[in-house]
Design a protein around this ligand. Structure first.
Ligand code: FE
Length: 216
């Protein structure tokens, strides 16, 4: 599905970041979509809906379960800190060969934000397909230069003394943000907690949902 360019690039090596393969894939997909639409075989709105569903619902549910388990089970959180790839695999979510996931935890003093400055490396096994903005040049460049400004555009204003750490993903290492557990969730089940964990909260462009809003 057009993500195969990730398999053979290595950000930590000196390399030519050749995007021609991706553009060709994108062009082919566009050509196919046009033909199928012209022939009345697909409805572009339905395609958008499917992509949207995978971006916002199906994929990120995996990550949400990881976060909810980490919030609920201190031993699991410890394993996640030590070896996130293995801890995530415990729940049945595995990536491709050579792909390691590192969990980065938000605290009262520190907020984590994930980007791929070179292209769109993303922890698919836990988050599914990356959103369009994640792949956009403005996000990729500005997340590093002005993370606070980027967060503000996402509607997230952190206390001025909160440190922001920006993690640049690579083909080998992908990051999963563990957002802070919202207060007022004592005794909640993992399933209930998982409903509070949004995709954006696991990228760092958002926080976990407020339980009061979630109940509404
Ligand atoms: Fe990348």
């Amino acid at each position: 599905m057009g993500h195969t360019h990730h398999d053979d690039h290595h950000h930590d090596h000196d390399h030519d970041h050749d995007h021609s393969e991706l553009s060709e894939t994108a062009l082919r997909v566009r050509a196919l979509e046009s033909i199928l639409t012209e022939k009345g075989l697909v409805d572009p709105a339905a395609l958008d809906l499917i992509v949207e569903t995978y971006e916002t619902r199906v994929g990120p549910r995996n990550g949400a379960r990881v976060v909810a388990r980490a919030w609920s089970d201190p031993a699991y959180l410890e394993r996640l800190r030590r070896d996130a790839t293995a801890a995530i695999a415990e729940l049945g979510y595995t990536g491709r060969q050579g792909e390691h996931i590192v969990a980065v935890e938000n605290t009262a003093d520190e907020h984590n934000l994930v980007v791929c400055t070179l292209c769109s490396c993303y922890p698919w096994s836990v988050l599914g397909l990356p959103p369009v903005w994640y792949k956009s040049p403005p996000y990729r460049s500005r997340a590093v230069i002005d993370p606070r400004g980027v967060l503000a555009e996402f509607g997230l204003t952190l206390a001025s003394d909160t440190r922001i750490r920006v993690w640049d993903s690579t083909a080998e290492v992908r990051y999963l943000v563990i957002p802070r557990r919202p207060s007022g969730t004592q005794g909640w089940s993992e399933e209930q907690l998982a409903d509070l964990v949004t995709r954006d909260s696991m990228i760092g462009t958002g926080l976990a949902r407020d339980p009061a809003e979630a109940a509404a």
